[in-house]
Design a protein around this ligand. Structure first.
Ligand SMILES: Cc1cc2nc3c(=O)[nH]c(=O)nc-3n(C[C@H](O)[C@H](O)[C@H](O)COP(=O)(O)OP(=O)(O)OC[C@H]3O[C@@H](n4cnc5c(N)ncnc54)[C@H](O)[C@@H]3O)c2cc1C
Length: 373
């Protein structure tokens, strides 16, 4: 049987950030993922500068070999309503392809990788966890996304009793004819809210790639609203008429909409597994990265004693960073729903300072730095 200091289940941004930080402090870490990398992930692929900073990404070096689309403006409005453009003097965000970024971060983490291997069994043997009857470790970190098997092991009712956001998207490389027909600019993603304010659609051009999607709090209306949104974009002449037909769906929790247990003896959950996406707009990469780093900081301080009480500082760090989970989510979405939609979204001031700066860019929250820096 192999052994390691920590086993991370899931190699997305939460798992790879945690692994990177633990490895930088000399721990022997294995990351297990059911997929082989690089792999696709259903996502618009938009990250803020805070993510770049927390990950200490050298944007110029990354951009030499990967797609990194700078964003300097947004086009926003209600579906079927009027549109506004908000411009910034500098780059305020980036577009990436998850196929590339997740693989880059995982390889960079320096962890031992067990890919194309799903978590199949988990049992306690004294102070150790035995994983898949193959690996013995004192610490298991659940980073397996919304349906993380470690979260299930800790009692989460995956897919039932948790009000998840459902989203569908497509990302494809445009042909030369589609590129000519596409009026969405790479530096100006387009965001359009549903009229009932239960979700929004986006249209995001990244180099030659186009990403179109829609997320909603009620999934039974998702397909109809997505079709309506695509028709709206076509009617306005924003996108090519001939979209491929392979939209992919995924669900995830917004912070505060359902409370999952975040830790236990020898166990922690990070990223979507812990249900941490920002409630206002569903940004999940930043909380995934930050929770991975905060979990690592707690683990390093615990110095091999992973009893629940030694891991509790992780829960406190989450509260300090994201607020009390019971309060934050309901405040955000109730507020969103009670907006006088058309009026506020046509206000330049409200769009820039509240919708974009506060909800989408989180400019009020400084980047989180890893404990070792
Ligand atoms: C349509 C859509 C668009 C989005 N757009 C954005 C966006 O533009 N910006 C943003 O910040 N957030 C966005 N999000 C949210 C974001 O994608 C997630 O919050 C983020 O991916 C969470 O990262 P993670 O590492 O926690 O989980 P994931 O990225 O989901 O990674 C989990 C990993 O665990 C692995 N895994 C799962 N089960 C097992 C198992 N049984 N055994 C082993 N491995 C397993 C998976 O293969 C996967 O590699 C979007 C979400 C959706 C659905």
């Amino acid at each position: 049987m192999e052994s390691c200091d920590a086993l991370i289940v899931g190699g997305g941004p939460a798992g790879s950030s945690c692994a990177w930080e633990l490895r930088r402090h000399g721990m022997d870490v294995i990351v297990m993922d059911k997929a082989s990398f690089p792999r696709d992930k259903v996502c618009a692929g938009w990250i803020t500068p805070a993510v770049v900073q927390a990950l200490q990404l050298d944007a110029k070096a990354y951009a030499r070999q990967h797609l990194l689309q700078p964003i300097t403006a947004f086009r926003t409005g209600l579906i079927d309503g009027s549109e506004l453009e908000t411009h910034y003097p500098d780059t305020v965000s980036f577009g990436i392809r998850r196929y590339e970024l997740d693989d880059y971060l995982l390889q960079r983490s320096g962890a031992r990788l067990l890919l194309a291997q799903p978590l199949e069994s988990l049992r306690r043997d004294g102070k150790q966890w035995i994983v898949n009857e193959l690996i013995s470790t004192p610490l298991v970190i659940g980073a397996g996304g919304h349906f993380c098997p470690v979260a299930r092991f800790m009692g989460a009712k995956l897919g039932a009793g948790e009000p998840a956001v459902a989203a569908k998207e497509i990302e494809f490389e445009m042909s030369p004819a589609q590129r000519d027909a596409c009026r969405v600019r790479g530096d100006t993603p387009e965001l359009y809210f549903c009229k009932d304010l239960q979700g929004y659609g986006w249209c995001f051009r990244k180099g030659n790639y186009l990403n179109i999607g829609l997320g909603r709090e009620d999934n039974h209306l998702l397909s109809g609203q997505l079709k309506y949104f695509c028709d709206f974009l076509k009617q306005r002449g924003r996108i090519p008429q001939d979209l491929p037909d392979q939209f992919h769906g995924h669900a995830y929790l917004l912070y505060g909409h359902a409370v999952r247990k975040h830790l236990d003896d020898g166990m922690l959950l990070v990223g979507d597994a812990a249900g941490l996406a920002y409630p206002q707009i569903g940004e999940g990469i930043r909380p995934a990265v930050e929770s991975g780093l905060m979990a690592a900081a707690t683990i390093l301080k615990a110095r091999g004693d992973y009893r629940r009480e030694k891991l509790l500082p992780y829960a406190s760090r989450l509260v300090v960073r994201f607020g009390h989970s019971a309060a934050s989510g309901s405040a955000g979405s109730t507020f969103l729903r009670t907006l006088v939609a058309g009026k506020l979204l046509s206000s330049k001031w409200f769009t820039r300072h509240v919708v974009l700066d506060r909800w989408f860019l989180h400019t009020h929250q400084e980047a989180l730095y890893a404990a070792g820096d």
